[in-house]
Structures are given as C-alpha cells and as structure tokens.
Design a protein around this ligand. Structure first.
Ligand code: UDP
Length: 314
C-alpha cells in the first residue's frame, strides 16, 4: 500500500487476528474479506500473493485436513484468479519441501527427503502439491508464477501461543517459565526476520529473471542450534528461566539452512537483520504485548463486591 497499490486481503483468521489489519482498514484502497481460500474466490488483481496456511507445526497438525485443503485448493483458487486476471501469482512454499534434508545447506535443485505418511506430511506434501500445481498451470496456461521457499521466519505479531521456537522461548523467558527444548537442542534452524522476508517476496514477485521463475529459497543463511537460540534469548532477556528437555517430535528435521545463491544473484537480495537485532525487536514486542495483558502490580482485578475479600487476601 505504501507503494501506491490497492490491496485486497483475504483471511479466515485461523491463525491471524483482526488486530494485525486494524491500521489498514482506515486506508483508501484497502479491502478485506473474511474468507477461507479452500473455497473458490474471485479477485481481479495484477499480482496475487498466496501466503495462506498455518505455518506452526502445532497449528497445522491440529487441523491436518484443513492444512492440505488450504495448500492445494487455496493454490488452485489463487491460480484461477491469477489466470482470469491475466496477472502474476507468487506462491508461498516452504523449506519443508526438503523434509529432513540429506544435503546441507539446501539448494533449490535438491528434491528433498519428505515422509509422505507422518505428522508433518499434511504441511510438507500440501506445499509440494501446490508447487506441482503451479508448474502445471504454467505448462498448460502460461500463468506467470513465482514460488518462494520460505525458511523459518519470526518477528513481531507472532502469537504468544503460536508454538514455534522463537515465540515460545521469548514468551517463556519473559514469563519466567522453563524453556522447552525438544530433543537435545542440537538440531539447527536458520532464522529470517519478517521484514527481510517481505522485501524478498516483493523482489521475487517483480523479478523477470530466468532463474526467478523456478522456486527461490528465501531465508537467512546464518544457522543456529536450538540450544544456542535458547541461550541467546536467556542472555538478551536477562531471564532466570531454566532449560527443560522434552521429547523431540517425530520427523523433526535435524538440520536446516538455505542456500540463497539464487536470491542473491537474481534478486540482489540478502537478509539485513541478523538474529540478535531481530530478536531484540521481537522481545520488545512481546514485552509490551504480554505486559498489556498483565494486571499492574498495584491493582487486583476483582468485582467491586469482592473488594473486601481481595483485601483479606482471599
Ligand atoms: N522447538 C523446541 N522447543 C519449542 C518449540 C520448538 O525445541 O518450544 C524446536 C523444534 O523441535 C524444532 C525447532 O525448534 O527442532 C524449530 O521448531 P519450529 O516449530 O519453530 O519450526 P519447524 O522448523 O520445526 O517447522
């Protein structure tokens, strides 16, 4: 919108909230519709960004059939709208198409190591089927399409109960709760700050470079173990939370790091915000957000009739 475009947004609010779009609702040129993309829709658009899907394992595993429908049918309907509009579509794919990778770091040419029959399959195979659909629409109808393989992304406006590692660790640290490490914490992830990702998505959408018409990895190539992340969050928040070790979920990838050579070369894109800086912004966000929901120390939230009981400490 800041670049002068009119924007129509669709969301079923499975993981999003109205608070996230509240500032946009007042602006000219912004339209919003509460809609599930698994149900057909029609928007006349020059550019369609299909970012619909739960992305946290906790959320996508709670509704695995919806997850598959969102990925496949959502992509189908977005493609139909792009085709009829004679516009361009960008499909959000994922590093999960590489599964538990046997090649490290992962280039776009790697076909992946995905379990088709397991806890993460609804998301991994859902996104893989969407990529195949994009390929097919291009072959059959010449639809202009871009595919971004998005690696772990974090930042302000994540939900406190999202369940992914960055928000979990920050919220646990700020609340003095134990930090939950799944497995021994030696598995790695590479964390990309949200603003960097948005810049990469826009560059990819607008690129006409030959290689950018294939899938493009977007992520921060700096790799950390989960244990390193926990220690950094503890240090930066000054929290006294202790670490606890829980079972590693099944099919949890052991390593993940993007090879971003294609994005660097074709889009001239590199993440600018490194982990410490991005974490600080996210910690600040949660600090404000969580304390907004905490009663201040000197007030007790009680019904007026119960004031005496509250004073009595009951
Ligand atoms: N993880 C963890 N503790 C948590 C949440 C996640 O140790 O409270 C681990 C998880 O097992 C995985 C990594 O952190 O190895 C990243 O998990 P996340 O759910 O953020 O994303 P994923 O990359 O697995 O989709």
């Amino acid at each position: 919108m800041n670049e002068g475009h009119d924007v129509t947004a669709l969301d079923n609010f499975y993981t999003g909230t109205t608070a996230n779009i509240a500032p946009l609702l007042q602006r000219d040129g912004f339209k919003f519709s509460r809609h599930d993309v698994a149900i057909p829709f029609w928007v006349q658009a020059d550019q369609t960004y299909n970012l619909a899907s739960a992305a946290s394992p906790k959320d996508y595993q709670a509704e695995p059939i919806e997850t598959m429908k969102t990925s496949f049918l959502g992509c189908l309907h977005a493609l139909e709208t792009a085709k009829a509009s004679e516009g361009r579509i960008l499909q959000a794919s994922t590093s999960e198409v590489y599964g538990d990778p046997q090649i490290h770091p992962q280039p776009e040419t790697y076909w992946g190591n995905v379990n088709p029959f397991g806890a993460r399959s609804c998301y991994d195979e859902g996104k893989r089927s969407a990529e195949a659909l994009i390929y097919s629409y291009r072959q059959m109808f010449d639809v202009e399409a871009r595919v971004a393989r998005i690696f772990n992304t974090y930042g302000p406006r994540m939900r406190a109960d999202d369940g992914r590692v960055v928000s979990n660790f920050i919220v646990q640290a700020l609340q003095g709760q134990p930090i939950t490490i799944y497995g021994d914490g030696s598995q790695t992830r590479s964390f990309c700050y949200v603003d960097d990702l948005v810049e990469g998505l826009m560059r990819l959408m607008n690129s006409n470079a030959e290689l950018a018409t294939g899938p493009v990895n977007l992520g921060n190539p700096n790799e950390f173990t989960v244990l390193e992340l926990a220690e950094l969050v503890l240090e930066m928040t000054g929290s006294k939370s202790r670490l606890i070790f829980e079972d590693l979920p099944s099919d949890d990838p052991k390593l993940r790091q993007p090879d971003i050579g294609r994005a660097v070369e074709e889009l001239n894109w590199r993440p600018q915000v490194q982990l410490r800086e991005g974490l600080q912004r996210t910690i600040d966000y949660f600090d404000t957000h969580l304390s907004a929901h905490k009663p201040a120390n000197d007030t007790v939230a009680v019904h007026p009739d119960q004031t005496d009981l509250a004073h009595a400490g009951l």
